[in-house]
Write a protein that binds this ligand. Structure first.
Ligand code: HEC
Ligand code: HEC
Length: 509
């Protein structure tokens, strides 16, 4: 972190004879700096207060859950999170995409799920899905999950299920109805989903068996490959049953679940709600929302340096960032309004075919992602994605739903002049992996329906831009989301006895 100039000057004034002269040099700028900072601090405090930012969201977790976290349940969740036994082909699990080396988010621009090389990190390879894996850190506070917000708490509060949790079909609103006594938090519901995702975890034989033919067997006869139909609803439940069969067939899992759920101890099968509760409990322990800005808001004005403070003023002021990346009310201080917007992200797509990509993209050339429209079917919702919650974004190796940018500066600059950014976009220069540099969808229609908030360029001086970057990158980062803190969560072994995935960037025992 940058040091105050006056301080380093002070340090160089070692000789006693020079001390008095130094003091003159040091104290004058230091004094006015202090005064400036005082004004800056007051301005920022006022803005944060008005925006509803208290810096106390992390400590509200247990109050909002209305109970204490259960460390044993969380630890079971951690084992499941890392155990490839949850995937029907033993080659992927949550951590394969939500990696401890990048804040439990992706190591890739577009996620690689099943049929990967068992490596998690820059050298992961295998067919790509459609989107980048967001971090699970702090998701406990998200009222809407996913890039297009398709899993949501209808009350607008992830801790309040009085109106139920809405999921796309086949779950709809029926699986997690209002006031369910067990599935009370959105993440518990969400954890029912990934294991059924063919491209993410399950693999392509679905329920036909756990060994045998895979992805490439579902050849469309024209040289392409198609996943099983998603919307039919026939497959989610059978896949869950298959995963449960594995857990129930494992003595160690039965013992651990049994210690937490008395009915399992007395012979009942492990069910998927138990799986979901364990995973969610682990996710609840992964709340890292004590960044410099939080400390500042709680009164520690030294927690941020002045460049970050100035950047914050731009973020909440002339940059208009907080219009979408909001903090008050239902935003739960997560820097997202949890609404979907079209901000014109360049549409890169992987090559499609065996071993390259396994999701058919949208649009006539199958190289687009329609975002919210996929859920609503309304073409006005085309290209709309959820305002990304920005905490700990500095730890991401790529940005936006498709990782079209790999430098946070570029992601921020994109917002300031979207048309300029899109028209000059070059995937290779943006740093994305070579297999995603071949297909770039036409941007015309996307730019026509751009969110009006970003319709006109926002002009910032170089210094203002640097301040803004330093705010987003450093002042929203909680050091506990770094890999030095998350890699140690990789278990030494998992109950299935299957080998762990290999996490690059985490030195595994
Ligand atoms: C193939 C990679 C992959 C695997 C494996 C995977 N996820 Fe994800 N996860 C994603 C992607 C991609 C998204 C965003 C998908 C979208 O919006 O369309 C996501 C979204 C999420 C979200 C919502 C985050 C947010 O910001 O809204 C949570 C929570 C989550 N996953 C948890 C899990 C859990 C728990 C598991 C294991 C049971 C898991 N994931 C397995 C790729 C993966
Ligand atoms: C019109 C709403 C809107 C405004 C205004 C806005 N953003 Fe965003 N921002 C978004 C959306 C939507 C995304 C995700 C887009 C996607 O992935 O397709 C996003 C993504 C980002 C990301 C990437 C995060 C990630 O996880 O990939 C950063 C960084 C970011 N915004 C910073 C800013 C800054 C800084 C400003 C102010 C200059 C700003 N945004 C203004 C809506 C907005």
């Amino acid at each position: 972190m940058k040091r105050n100039n006056s301080r380093s000057l002070h340090r160089s004034c070692g000789m006693a004879a020079l001390l008095s002269i130094c003091l003159v040099f040091v104290s004058l700028p230091a004094l006015s700096q202090k005064k400036d900072d005082g004004v800056l601090d007051q301005q920022l405090q006022k803005i944060l207060h008005k925006a509803g930012f208290t810096g106390r969201v992390e400590s509200s977790l247990e109050t909002r859950l209305q109970r204490k976290l259960n460390p044993q349940l969380a630890d079971l969740g951690r084992l499941l999170f890392f155990d490839v036994a949850g995937g029907l082909h033993d080659d992927n699990t949550c951590a394969g995409c939500h990696s401890p080396s990048s804040g439990f988010g992706d190591t890739q621009s577009i996620a690689i799920g099943v049929q990967n090389n068992l490596i998690v990190g820059p050298n992961r390879s295998g067919p790509r899905n459609q989107r980048r894996t967001p971090s699970v850190v702090n998701t406990a506070f998200y009222p809407k999950l996913m890039w297009n917000g398709r899993f949501s708490s209808l009350s607008g509060d992830p801790f309040d299920n009085s109106q139920g949790f809405e999921f796309p079909l086949p779950e709809g609103t029926t699986r997690f109805p209002p006031n369910d006594p067990i599935v009370k938090q959105l993440l518990v519901a969400q954890a029912h989903i990934p294991p059924t995702e063919l491209v993410e975890v399950a693999g392509f034989t679905g329920t036909a068996g756990t060994i045998g033919p895979r992805f490439d067997q579902f050849d469309d006869g024209l040289g392409g490959v198609v996943p099983l139909p998603d919307e039919s609803g026939f497959r989610n439940e059978p896949i869950r049953q298959e995963v449960l069969k594995r857990l129930n067939g494992n003595a160690i899992y039965r013992k651990i679940f049994g210690a937490l759920f008395p009915e399992v101890a007395s012979g009942a099968p492990i069910d998927f709600t138990m799986f979901g509760r364990a995973i969610a409990e682990f996710e609840f322990t992964q709340v890292y929302a004590n960044a410099p800005l939080d400390k500042f808001a709680r009164g520690d004005t030294h927690a941020m340096v002045s460049t970050q403070k100035r950047g914050a003023l731009i973020f909440f002021g002339k940059g208009q960032c907080s219009a979408c990346h909001s903090v008050g009310g239902q935003a739960n201080q997560m820097f997202s309004d949890f609404q979907m917007h079209n901000i014109g992200v360049p549409q890169i797509a992987p090559l499609f075919g065996v071993g390259l990509g396994n999701v058919i993209f949208d649009g006539p050339n199958e190289d687009e992602d329609f975002g919210l429209e996929q859920i609503t079917g309304d073409s006005n919702d085309r290209y709309k994605f959820r305002s990304s919650p920005l905490r700990n974004a500095a730890l991401q190796p790529a940005f936006f739903h498709n990782g079209a940018f790999t430098r946070i500066e570029d992601a921020i600059r994109h917002h300031l002049d979207v048309k300029e950014s899109v028209n000059h976009y070059n995937a290779a220069e943006a740093g994305v992996d070579p297999d995603q540099t071949h297909r770039l969808a036409a941007s015309g229609p996307m730019l026509e329906s751009l969110d009006p908030l970003l319709g006109n360029p926002i002009r910032l001086s170089d210094q203002e831009f640097r301040n803004l970057v330093s705010f987003v990158r450093d002042a929203l980062l909680d050091g506990r989301a770094r890999k030095s803190h998350l890699c140690p969560l990789i278990p030494d072994s998992v109950p299935s006895g299957m080998p762990l995935l290999s996490f690059e960037g985490c030195s595994q025992r």
